[in-house]
Design a binder for this molecule. Structure first.
Ligand SMILES: C[S@@+](CC[C@H](N)C(=O)[O-])C[C@H]1O[C@@H](n2cnc3c(N)ncnc32)[C@H](O)[C@@H]1O
Length: 295
């Protein structure tokens, strides 16, 4: 088996990427509608909201539609997981309103964010609500849209590459593989007070990859739960920190060893926990240069 070949991705300077996108977007102008149909026909609002996925970090993973909307936004309402590279593509004249949420530290309560979006749109502004990854994957995008719908604000949704897909790809971990995993399940390790525990029986099914978002804080207990529910202690597991960014780090081990390895490496959020036999492929398929610790 040939040794893995590492690739240092050529990251274009923000100016060069912007010029490239301007060219592409200019060529497409007029061939696609600016915004999807209003959520309610006859809506009185003149502004609108685009709920946009910023992807996992590498700005070149944005969709063209996201880049186009960012370049023309009047106002940007953004979360903390949006990378600097993506922000460099935003219309420099756009007002930026930061409502970032970090685990346990909600800068602005969700209800206030909902109201803010309604108010800005009612002022007639082109609002981009920018979220890390995909807005419908653990991003509360649905909650915000329900509020916009109730207020009669036109909206559209632009999907983004969710962290599991981005981090899996850049870490050389195919989330499914005919030999190892016929299904993949995404779960969140973060729970709202009063919510029931994760369905570990479903998560620990054999021949399946489990990806746990927001799982770093409870890593030890997540690994133990998987073992208790039938996964072998030697099941491969990985944490991908800052996936797709130049600062990406990947640590791999097993359900038994990963908590100690991750603690020794000082892994911090944002990081994804990937559990399943597919993780063993990283040793051969990892291609993106970044610090890597394996045991
Ligand atoms: C509130 S969730 C948002 C998920 C996002 N909507 C998505 O689709 O990726 C935040 C969690 O996503 C994961 N995450 C987001 N970006 C990441 C990245 N670049 N690398 C690793 N994990 C990431 C982390 O587990 C983080 O705690």
């Amino acid at each position: 088996m040939p040794p893995p070949v590492s690739v240092a991705l050529e990251m274009p300077a923000a100016g060069a990427l912007r010029a490239f996108l301007d060219q592409l977007i200019g060529a497409h102008r007029g061939s696609v509608p600016d915004v999807a149909r209003p959520a309610l026909s006859g809506a009185a609002a003149t502004g609108r909201v685009a709920l946009v996925g910023a992807g996992p970090g590498d700005p070149e993973l944005l969709t063209l539609r996201a880049a186009r909307l960012l370049s023309r936004a009047d106002v940007l309402v953004l979360d903390h997981l949006v990378s600097e590279g993506v922000l460099a593509l935003v219309n420099p004249a756009a007002e930026r309103i930061y409502v970032g949420k970090e685990s346990g530290h909600h800068t602005v309560p969700q209800e206030e964010i909902n109201q803010l979006l309604v108010r800005l749109a009612r002022e007639g502004r082109q609002v981009v609500r920018l979220k890390g990854g995909d807005p419908f994957i653990f991003g509360r995008g649905g909650e915000e849209l329900e509020e916009l719908l109730a207020a009669g604000i036109p909206f559209e949704v632009v999907p983004g590459i969710t962290a599991a897909c981005g981090a899996g790809a850049y870490a050389g971990i195919p989330l499914t593989h005919r030999d190892y995993a016929q299904s993949v399940v995404f779960a969140t390790g973060h729970r709202r007070a009063g919510e029931s525990a994760l369905d570990w029986t479903a998560l620990a099914r054999p021949h399946q990859t489990a990806v746990i978002y927001m799982g770093v804080g409870m890593l030890q207990s997540h690994c133990e739960a998987m073992i208790r529910h039938g996964r072998g202690a030697d099941t491969p597991a990985a944490l991908v920190e800052n996936g797709t960014l130049p600062s990406q780090r990947v640590v791999t081990g097993t359900l038994e060893t990963l908590p100690e390895i991750a603690a020794a490496a000082g892994i911090h959020p944002p990081a994804l926990l990937i559990i399943g036999e597919v993780v063993s492929l990283a040793a051969r398929l990892a291609w993106f240069t970044g610090a890597s610790t394996t045991a």
